[in-house]
Design a protein around this ligand. Structure first.
Ligand code: GCB
Length: 592
């Protein structure tokens, strides 16, 4: 049997955090397998597909004890902590790109009338999952969750889960081979065994209707329902207590009029407790309610124009040089943004941890959420498109109840061609079909002629924002020259600058003509902010980037050493001079 991309993908259970779970985080033993020998036979055929039965390594690894010729044994191998990338945990693996096998033993006492799912928060990039020696399926996409129902393969007592992870970069994948961030491999987010009743609340959306603060609109979806089941939505603080009967497919759609609702905004990030229950199941969430829309060149949050004081960030803990692993790591990043005076963050360039979005809800930060359609994706390849669309859809599915997310971005700095316009145009349409309550955007590129910077990428016509990156003072022109530039933006839409900036090594001081000095970066910020303030309709910025981040492309032996130095904060937590320029700008900038 062959396992194609996502052939086993199921609709993600909403709000895993609030379910009955057995955490499978912790120590997982691992085997490094650079030749992919556990997966391919000596003719390079997958053992999974071999008619003649399984080979040595494969059986050893996915089903230990079943073969005599044991060349591999997890029991004698070291372990890695899950969640966490492998690169930052084991020195030999810092630059490793390839296959690594993980194993976790666990014990469960099964209950008769329950269903069980194994849920992965994210595994980068391709993963093959085996439970007790039987294959559950395959997932591609390094930043989005996936799950498998496992009731028929789980046993009462001792079980073992084996995961083959392959983070080899490939041209037709999403992202493609070329990115400006570290290709952290491994089981980077939580793993849980989720227990549910036979009929459970699989999904729900509870949000304000499109641009209408007078009603909550949403749906509930049961899985395994025999039909005609009753479901209840309660928001005690709003005195909402509504009962419905789900249809034969287990679905209920509803609209609930609301009065006197306190809307969510960055200054008062009010979250309401929302309880959803069915005859067998119950789940509680904390949900904020707000509207978002554009009107001409304005962005309207709850009907009022807002300026978005933002900063971009990666899903990386600079102090560890690894992916963010815990609430504490994530809070540190968002605290840094708040301290800078931000009301908005760009979570670049892929789907971040669900906890990050929940913290943004709680801490009051608007969010730009993105998928890794980055630079030169294989625009003409139908499988690549499906993969991108899947990552986008799963991301929207997971985060649709987060008030903080106001923008879905379908990509970053993609080169304009007909094929790209079709690919990204389809992603825009897909986004709108899945969620009509948020804005849709992409980080576009600019063109330059003389001192004019033009924004007229045709994709912009399909987007809600004129949003683009521009590197004046760094990749082009000197910081000193910036005052000569002017923008020509062809869209009558709110302008959001998704990137600008330049690199500096914290602690390196020189005059503002000396590249890599804090003074050089400071002058870029001073002049960029002045230049951008002249733009009619400038409604937000997310300078690149909050903190230095690791990138294999950044090799200057003196200043970079595999770190992209465009951070306003260094990888040791030191604030650079430009940080204070931006902080002061935000302090004085009106929100209106
Ligand atoms: C960009 C990319 C970003 C890079 C940045 C840079 O335009 O969107 O991912 O890291 O430039 O530092 O060059």
């Amino acid at each position: 049997m062959s396992f194609n991309f996502n052939s086993f993908s199921q609709k993600q259970i909403q709000n895993v955090q609030d379910r009955t779970t057995l955490s499978l985080n912790g120590d997982w033993q691992f085997i490094i397998d650079p030749y992919k020998m556990g997966y391919l036979d000596y003719r390079q055929k997958p053992f999974d597909e071999s008619e003649s039965g399984k080979g040595g390594f494969y059986d050893n690894i996915t089903n230990p004890g079943k073969t005599k010729r044991a060349e591999y044994n997890f029991d004698y191998e070291p372990s890695l902590t899950v969640p966490g990338d492998w690169n930052s945990q084991y020195e030999k693996l810092e630059f490793y790109e390839g296959v690594l096998w993980y194993r976790r033993n666990f014990t469960v006492s099964l209950k008769e009338d329950k269903r069980y799912f194994i849920h992965f928060g994210a595994v980068n990039y391709e993963s093959h999952i085996y439970l007790n020696g039987k294959k559950l399926g395959v997932n591609k996409g390094g930043f989005t969750p996936f799950q498998f129902e496992v009731g028929d393969k789980l046993v009462d007592g001792d079980n073992f889960l084996v995961v083959m992870v392959d983070n080899t970069r490939k041209k037709d994948e999403v992202p493609t081979i070329n990115t400006d961030w570290w290709n952290y491999g491994g089981i980077t987010r939580d793993v849980n065994l989720v227990e549910t009743p036979e009929s459970f609340i699989n999904d729900y959306k509870v949000q304000l209707a499109k641009n209408d603060a007078t009603k909550i609109k949403g749906y509930i979806e049961l899985d395994g329902s025999a039909g005609e089941e009753s479901v209840v939505v309660q928001i005690p603080e709003l005195k909402i207590n509504q009962s419905y009967t789900a249809d034969a497919s287990g679905k209920v759609s509803f609209e609930i009029p609301v009065k006197k609702i306190q809307l969510w905004n960055p200054e008062f990030p009010k979250l309401y407790e929302v309880k959803i229950s069915s005859s067998q199941d119950a789940v509680t969430d904390k949900i904020g309610f707000r509207t978002i829309a554009t009107e001409g060149k304005n962005i309207l949050l709850n009907g009022e124009s807002i300026f978005m004081k933002g900063i971009a960030m990666h899903d990386e803990n600079p102090l560890l040089g690894g992916r963010l692993r815990s609430d504490g790591d994530m809070r540190m990043m968002l605290r840094w943004a708040k301290e800078l005076g931000c009301n908005y963050v760009r979570l670049a360039h892929y789907t971040h941890n669900e906890t990050m979005l929940r913290l943004a809800d709680e801490m009051g930060l608007l969010v730009w959420s993105e998928v890794p359609v980055y630079w030169t994706i294989s625009w003409e390849n139908e499988e690549t498109y499906k993969n991108a669309e899947n990552q986008l859809s799963v991301s929207i599915q997971r985060d649709k109840n987060r008030a903080s997310i106001i923008i879905w971005s379908v990509g970053n700095e993609t080169p304009v061609t007909e094929a790209r316009n079709v690919f990204m145009g389809k992603l825009v349409d897909k986004t709108r079909s899945l969620d009509d309550t948020r804005l849709v955007a992409a980080a576009l590129e600019v063109e330059r002629e003389g001192y004019t910077i033009t924004v007229d990428d045709t994709l912009g016509e399909k987007l809600d924002l004129a949003s683009f990156n521009q590197y004046g003072g760094w990749y082009w022109s000197e910081p000193k020259e910036l005052p000569k530039y002017a923008f020509d933006i062809k869209f009558n839409k709110p302008v959001v600058i998704t990137e600008f900036g330049g690199g500096a090594l914290a602690g390196f001081h020189a005059d503002d003509d000396t590249m890599w000095s804090e003074e050089y970066q400071e002058l870029i910020y001073i002049n960029q902010l002045k230049m951008m303030d002249k733009i009619d309709g400038l409604r937000g910025i997310t300078p690149w980037i909050l903190v230095d981040f690791k990138s294999p492309r950044r090799q200057n032996p003196v200043y970079q050493q595999f770190w992209n130095r465009k951070g306003l904060i260094s990888n040791t937590g030191v604030k650079k001079k430009a940080y204070f320029i931006l902080k002061e700008y935000y302090r004085n900038k009106s929100l209106k």
